[in-house]
Design a protein around this ligand. Structure first.
Ligand SMILES: Cc1cc2nc3c(=O)[nH]c(=O)nc-3n(C[C@H](O)[C@H](O)[C@H](O)COP(=O)(O)OP(=O)(O)OC[C@H]3O[C@@H](n4cnc5c(N)ncnc54)[C@H](O)[C@@H]3O)c2cc1C
Length: 402
């Protein structure tokens, strides 16, 4: 196991020279080896300079960030999962993307965790050769299609989309809902139940196949840059070779969801760093009663609470990264991290929004955007309640799902 801290000690006091400390007050980045630490700092500079300012307009217009994809790819964010970085680096990188914009972090995270990483782990050599080079540079986009209109929380047992083998082909029929990048993806990983053996299996479906229809879900209140879709599969025929060899049962999907649940924890850590960044900046610069808001005790308390939540989320996630790296990481760990950090993020967003007063209601000041995005984190990748039930089952030995 690595030492607790590498490099310089974390700074807990504001520097006397006047500069204010970074929101990562305990300096979790100091746990990284120096090369990764430098890389993270460069990534943060790029994200804060390029992604954060562009995101408010894109979010307001519900616009997919096509123009930002080359820059994200140039900074390694299209191939984070395959680049050999430590788990902690990847987690802190995901947090930095969320700190700049939560929707863009959803795009980057799903792409890495549930598309690129999944095809690499569960795909055939032919599938990897076909898709990984283009996905690694964002020249191709993927979608992860599990949830259905009639089955969300109970998808594991309820999944109704069918896959029927017909000679050298599979025929897929059913409907999917909420599918991220569903209207822009080149390929989707579709989960369907084999009518022969009743097992849920994963299939690569090119989105230009006859019978595939994707329509955008309009008027979302959060993650508005991320395009979510309703998808209809009307006897979509794919070659037998499109079945993912490593995904011949739901256990394979669960394995990937365990890691992607942990990724949502990093999103929440990053969202809370952003909430602190925006709230502190506002408190220091806004004057009421002839003094900066930051001088009022009732303004300092929520700032301290947001900072405490963000720091606790980072600490929890740093330990998850160690479990992922060195072994012992299980679904209850992932569920506890997901449930805890999303609840914290919701509290922090509420405090941050109130701290900005009326300006916390308009997206121009960023906080209203983050406030709404955090609502989606609370619900996707298993709702707060479902993750709490997974933890409760592990902690008591009793399942309370039904
Ligand atoms: C922005 C966004 C992006 C998404 N992206 C994707 C994607 O890319 N791919 C994909 O496949 N899916 C995606 N999803 C789907 C997401 O995973 C589901 O929305 C989620 O699993 C919940 O399912 P549901 O919406 O059908 O809610 P339901 O399952 O209908 O739940 C409704 C409420 O009932 C509660 N509930 C349900 N069962 C129980 C129980 N046993 N005990 C207590 N409470 C219970 C839930 O916690 C929730 O509060 C996305 C969702 C959102 C909002």
């Amino acid at each position: 196991m690595p030492p607790v801290l590498r490099g310089e000690s974390p700074t807990l006091e504001a520097p006397s020279g006047g500069g204010l400390p970074d929101a990562d007050l305990f300096n979790f980045a100091a746990l990284l080896p120096s090369g990764e630490r430098l890389r993270l700092a460069e990534l943060r500079d790029y994200l804060q300079a390029e992604i954060r300012p562009a995101s408010v307009g894109l979010w307001n217009r519900e616009e997919f960030p096509t123009a930002l994809l080359p820059g994200l790819a140039a900074h390694g964010l299209a191939e984070l999962e395959l680049s050999g970085f430590s788990r902690l680096f990847r987690g802190l990188a995901y947090a930095e993307v969320a700190r700049a914009d939560v929707s863009v972090s959803a795009l980057v995270g799903i792409h890495n965790e549930l598309i690129l990483g999944l095809i690499d782990a569960l795909g055939s050599e032919e599938q990897k050769a076909r898709w990984l080079p283009e996905l690694r540079s964002f020249r191709a986009l993927g979608a992860f299609a599990l949830t259905e209109p009639g089955h969300g929380s109970d998808i594991a047992g309820g999944l109704a989309t069918t896959a029927t083998r017909d000679g050298g082909q599979w025929v897929l029929t059913g409907a999917k809902r909420w599918i991220g990048s569903g209207t822009v993806a080149d390929v989707a990983i579709v989960w369907a139940r084999d009518t022969a053996d009743g097992q849920v299996k994963g299939f690569l479906v090119e989105t230009d196949r006859p019978g595939w229809t994707a329509s955008r879900i309009e008027n979302k209140i959060g993650l508005r840059i991320m395009q979510n879709a309703d998808i209809e599969l009307d006897e979509v025929r794919i070659p037998a070779a499109n079945a993912l060899p490593g995904a011949s049962g739901f256990a394979a999907a669960n394995e990937m969801l365990r890691n992607s649940r942990a990724w949502v924890g990093w999103q929440c850590a990053g969202a809370q760093l952003a909430i602190f960044d925006v709230a502190r900046d506002y408190a220091v610069n806004r004057t009421q009663f002839g003094r900066p808001l930051a001088k009022f005790q009732l303004v300092q308390e929520p700032l301290a609470r947001i900072l405490g939540n963000a720091t606790a989320a980072l600490g929890l996630m740093a330990q998850i990264a160690r479990l992922q790296e060195y072994g012992g990481f299980d679904m209850a760990h992932a569920a506890l991290a997901k449930a805890t950090t999303t609840a914290q993020a919701r509290e922090s967003a509420s405090l941050g929004r109130a701290l900005l007063g009326g300006n916390g209601i308009v997206t121009d000041y960023e906080m209203a955007k983050i406030f709404n995005d955090v609502e989606a984190l609370y619900t996707y990748e298993g709702t707060y309640e479902i993750n709490a039930l997974i933890v409760g089952r592990a902690a008591t030995g009793h399942s309370a799902f039904v």
